[in-house]
Design a protein around this ligand. Structure first.
Ligand SMILES: [Zn+2]
Length: 463
């Protein structure tokens, strides 16, 4: 069999790995590459294989860097099945159209620049209708329900504990009289997640394709998150200020809602209004409610005690523009969760504009911000930042909480590797910046005799 690394090799986005076995071509993930706008478009538009020649796609989870190029793949002639868990499919049904809207916006920006340079205009990679059509090719499988998907290839999903519906991909492969098991980790969760189960550890793995996002890096302990949030909220509310939390609409927002629910119920924070102001986050929260099969025991029991983990007294979910505007005008003290997490777009910009200059308020970051984004500038305490093209003084208090990461850190990745059974005769590290993957490779070589390599973009390996 052969494996070609078509994305997320030497970088963390654009996850795509092409497996060829017994004459079948199976693509693992079909993510969007996310970088500088212009080369991003080129790279996403031009697949390094012909989409029409693929037999199937196996999707590990709904994050756009793993799923976001699927509508384009189908638009360019892929007609086979897209295998995913039920929750992954449901999240894709809101995230792919949202991605289409973002592309349309980005292309407008790119075309302005191209016009200035006399270059021909470009089209968005796909539109909302392409996103909807691609969803019709999904075939859903629950966790641990083996299903044959190609000649000599049986697929099982096991829980990755990373986001709702996230899976590790287990492929049991027979070539002639040789049986081998290939495991693709997808993105590996940290364990002890507020909502999800810990990653399941696979057995009898011969070939491992493993993520390495946080090789050589350690996160804060997850257990300290609740105490930190409690402190930040109480200090701000005592001053009658607002806590503004820029958060990713899927997963981080629901984790926060659950933690705030717990803190409110335990009387550790006062009962103040908590607004979730993001239509995508509101839709995602509804999807979370209908997937009990994805939750850890605590949240599962919570749900079956007929209590809604994602809805409680004081929580206001805002979809409409008029309600969002009313919230902008309000002086009431409370907590506002809004997207996007990096403050690059979305309703969070209005909340920052209205609240960033008041020292009573706190801006609380609970996720990663890429360099040079507005979120990154605020995290780095710039004195002044531009919002909607106008300068604003950063007088609000800024707090950073990094323990919510959906990705395992270095020690957690080693724990995952050690717990994964089998000979692991060949290991390729994917989904990491070069120095992160290298740091993990070195640590793995010190504890394992099998061949450990860092995958290179466009490289084909045969085994
Ligand atoms: Zn992910």
């Amino acid at each position: 069999m052969k494996l070609k690394f078509c994305g997320a090799a030497g970088t963390t986005t654009g996850s795509q790995h092409l497996l060829e076995v017994n004459g079948s071509r199976i693509l693992l993930d079909c993510g969007l590459y996310q970088g500088h706008r212009m080369d991003t478009w080129e790279r996403n538009q031009n697949f390094i294989f012909d989409p029409a020649t693929l037999d199937a796609v196996v999707l590990s989870h709904a994050h756009i860097d793993h799923s976001g190029n699927l509508p384009n793949l189908c638009k360019q002639g892929f007609r086979g099945n897209i295998y995913a868990t039920f929750a992954t499919r449901d999240l894709c049904s809101i995230m792919l159209p949202d991605s289409a809207r973002i592309q349309t916006y980005d292309v407008k920006w790119i075309n302005k620049r191209r016009k200035r340079n006399g270059d021909p205009q470009i089209e968005p990679l796909y539109d909302e209708m392409d996103a909807e059509r691609c969803l019709r090719q999904f075939v859903n499988i629950g966790y641990e329900r083996p299903m044959p998907i190609a000649n000599g290839v049986t697929l099982s999903f096991i829980d990755a504990g990373h986001i709702l519906g996230s899976a590790q991909v287990v492929l049991d492969i027979t070539e002639g009289d040789r049986h081998r098991r290939l495991l693709f980790s997808g993105d590996v969760g940290r364990g002890t997640n507020e909502l999800l189960r810990d990653p399941v550890l696979a057995d009898d793995v011969d070939i491992l394709l493993m993520e390495s996002t946080y090789g050589g890096r350690e996160h804060e302990l997850p257990t300290q998150a609740n105490e930190r949030i409690e402190g930040v909220i109480n200090r701000t509310l005592e001053k009658r200020g607002k806590v503004i939390i820029p958060a990713f609409a899927v997963e981080r927002t629901q984790q926060l809602i659950y933690v705030l629910h717990e803190l409110t119920e335990a009387g550790r924070i006062p009962e103040v209004p908590i607004w979730v102001d993001s239509p995508l986050a509101v839709s995602a929260t509804e999807i979370f409610r209908i997937h009990p099969e994805c939750f850890n025991e605590e949240v599962y029991n919570f749900l079956f005690e007929k209590r809604n983990p994602f809805g409680f007294e004081g929580l206001r979910l805002i979809r409409s523009v008029s309600e969002s505007k009313a919230l902008n005008a309000s002086d009431e003290s409370g907590i506002i969760i809004s997207a996007s997490g990096m403050c690059e777009a979305g309703r969070i910009l209005h909340h920052l504009r209205n609240n960033i200059e008041d020292p009573k308020n706190t801006i609380l970051f609970v996720g990663y911000c890429a360099e040079n984004t507005l979120g990154w500038k605020i995290r780095n305490h710039w004195e002044e930042v531009n919002i909607f093209g106008e300068p604003f003084k950063l007088n609000a208090n800024v707090e950073i909480l990094d323990s919510f990461s959906g990705h395992a850190d270095h020690s957690e990745l080693l724990h995952y590797f050690d717990g994964t059974g089998g000979r692991k005769e060949k290991v390729w590290l994917v989904h990491g910046e070069p120095d992160r993957s290298q740091a993990l490779a070195e640590a793995l070589r010190a504890r394992h005799d099998g061949e450990i390599s860092v995958a290179k973009w466009k490289e084909t390996v045969e085994f």
